[in-house]
Design a protein. Structure first.
Length: 524
């Protein structure tokens, strides 16, 4: 096998970080067992010839049928790619001929169903778009294909990425139904990237892609025991993704390990003329800094948060801070963001304006059966029995009432949100205390029970400031509460993904907090 250039360096670095004992995929009888199989293990086995991409793809498709469609019936995968095995076979032939595109060559990836994949529906979970098949891959999907990834299928999500009604239930869509949390099946998987979170936690694919506006990667990653990275807005192109906010939208990796998050991020980054927010697209190394001693010399602020509401969160966070210190970091206790929460009203105003503008453009450009937000609202009313059965479309209606992006109210709200979240918020805190990053519990508690009647019982979160500021955030498992995962969020300055991944990796290796899901029906 011949691997050249940056791809060879990245593969070597990734495999070098994983001890030999950790990269052997377990088998049951003659069948490949893909449970907890990571991308580095799969790559090593494909390199030594004991595994093919086609066999790996087939094993995941069998597991989707057994776990998602039958068994616990997670409803995480909304559609499988009927060409996945054929695509994997092509990549096997390339490998046999000596061409390996990179560390994701032959690795099955699952994609959230608001990201365009040719040959598959792109519905945002809505029945209104259930027949919409895009003519072109999203830019990030093109990047993944170029990196040798196999597009295994698409995942369910909170309908319209949880921007439709005020009393929504995360993980529910009119097209895909209700996604379950694989740890405890009557618990919510959070959203909007619910299907990706549930699928990767349950080993229905090697790695997955979600999207976030405010928490839609971080929350489902945390409550499903995953690593989730929301990159700096503009690092990954949004072309081909159903929009909410041009200010805050981004795609990002959802994986079982920090290493895989870095590999997946590297494959998706790139300049796209269709998205002027994208930054310089030169090759980047998000893996080379991942060392067990990466915390040494780092100065990290432990954000002050409301304690006493969940003892397990308090204990896990205390243990996490102790692990950071033991790893060589200098931790500054009880750091505060002076403007905490003051951006909320401004953010909501920005999202309403940008959602209307973005949806009107998107629906017209891609040629869906509904050509505008106004038409979509009317379609939902006409199909209320199927679409509006559990909650309404108040956010749609509020957005429709807004003017254009030339409105002084919009411009003022956007400037205020930026000032409060970054200039006088996270940015000021990082500068004041000379911090490399801050940490905070990703969520205020574990996954809550699914309740379609009353909607989500949101437990609070620590990632909002990074979402509004457009800066990167990373969640890594830090513990559990009655078997339900808890995450630790690392928040940093713009374009600090490599550093966040490095210190997240060191924390992950020191704590090994992640546990596999048990598909427990309910907590007794």
């Amino acid at each position: 096998m011949r691997v050249t250039g940056l791809a060879g360096v990245v593969i070597a670095a990734a495999l070098a970080c994983v001890p030999e004992a950790e990269v052997r995929a377990p088998t049951v009888g003659d069948e490949l067992d893909v449970v907890e199989l990571d991308a580095m293990a799969a790559q090593r086995r494909m390199t030594d010839g004991t595994l093919s991409s086609r066999a790996l793809t087939r094993a995941y498709l069998a597991r989707i049928a057994a776990i998602d469609d039958a068994g616990p019936r997670l409803s995480a995968v909304i559609e499988v790619n009927t060409q996945a095995e054929a695509e994997a076979e092509v990549l096997d032939r390339e490998r046999a001929a000596g061409r390996v595109r990179g560390p994701l060559h032959g690795v099955p990836v699952i994609i959230k169903d608001n990201i365009a994949v040719v040959g598959m529906v792109n519905s945002a979970g809505s029945l209104a778009l259930a027949l919409h098949r895009p003519r072109e891959d999203a830019f990030l999907v093109k990047r993944l294909r170029a990196a040798g990834a196999v597009i295994l299928g698409k995942t369910n999500l909170s309908e319209w990425a949880n921007f439709r009604g005020e009393r929504s239930t995360s993980g529910w869509s009119s097209r895909g139904g209700q996604t379950k949390n694989p740890y405890v099946l009557d618990r919510n998987p959070c959203g909007s990237s619910a299907g990706t979170g549930s699928a990767i936690a349950a080993s229905l694919a090697t790695v997955g892609v979600g999207t976030e506006t405010d928490g839609s990667i971080l929350c489902p990653s945390a409550v499903n025991g995953l690593v989730g990275l929301k990159p700096t807005v503009g690092l990954i192109s949004r072309a081909g993704i159903v929009p909410i906010s041009s200010t805050q939208d981004t795609a990002g990796p959802m994986t079982r390990t920090v290493m895989e998050a870095g590999l997946l991020l590297a494959a998706m980054v790139g300049v796209d003329a269709a998205d002027p927010a994208t930054r310089a697209g030169e090759a980047r190394d998000y893996v080379g800094g991942m060392r067990r001693d990466a915390l040494r010399g780092k100065r990290i602020g432990a954000l002050k948060f409301r304690r006493g509401t969940n003892a397990a969160v308090d204990a896990a966070f205390n243990n996490a801070v102790a692990a950071l210190r033991a790893g060589g970091a200098e931790v500054v206790d009880s750091v505060e963001i002076a403007t905490e929460g003051q951006w909320d009203a401004h953010e909501f105003e920005v999202l309403l304006y940008e959602f209307k503008d973005g949806m009107d453009r998107f629906l017209k450009e891609v040629g869906t059966p509904v050509g505008s937000l106004a038409e979509l609202i009317a379609w939902n009313r006409a199909h209320a029995k199927e679409v509006l059965r559990w909650f309404g479309q108040e956010l749609f209606e509020q957005a429709q009432a807004k003017g254009g992006l030339d409105s002084p109210e919009y411009r003022r709200a956007r400037a205020e949100a930026r000032r409060l979240a970054w200039d006088e918020g996270l940015g000021a805190t990082l500068a004041r205390h000379r911090l490399d990053a801050v940490v905070v519990p990703t969520m205020g508690g574990p996954a809550w029970p699914i309740d379609p009647v009353l909607g989500d019982r949101f437990v609070g979160a620590g990632y909002g400031v990074a979402a509004v500021a457009g800066t990167p955030s990373l969640t890594v498992p830090m513990g559990e509460d009655h078997g339900l995962p808890l995450g630790l969020a690392f928040l940093g300055a713009p374009n600090s993904e490599a550093m966040l991944l490095a210190i997240g990796y060191a924390f992950e290796q020191a704590t090994r907090a992640r546990r596999s899901p048990g598909f427990i029906p309910r907590l007794e």
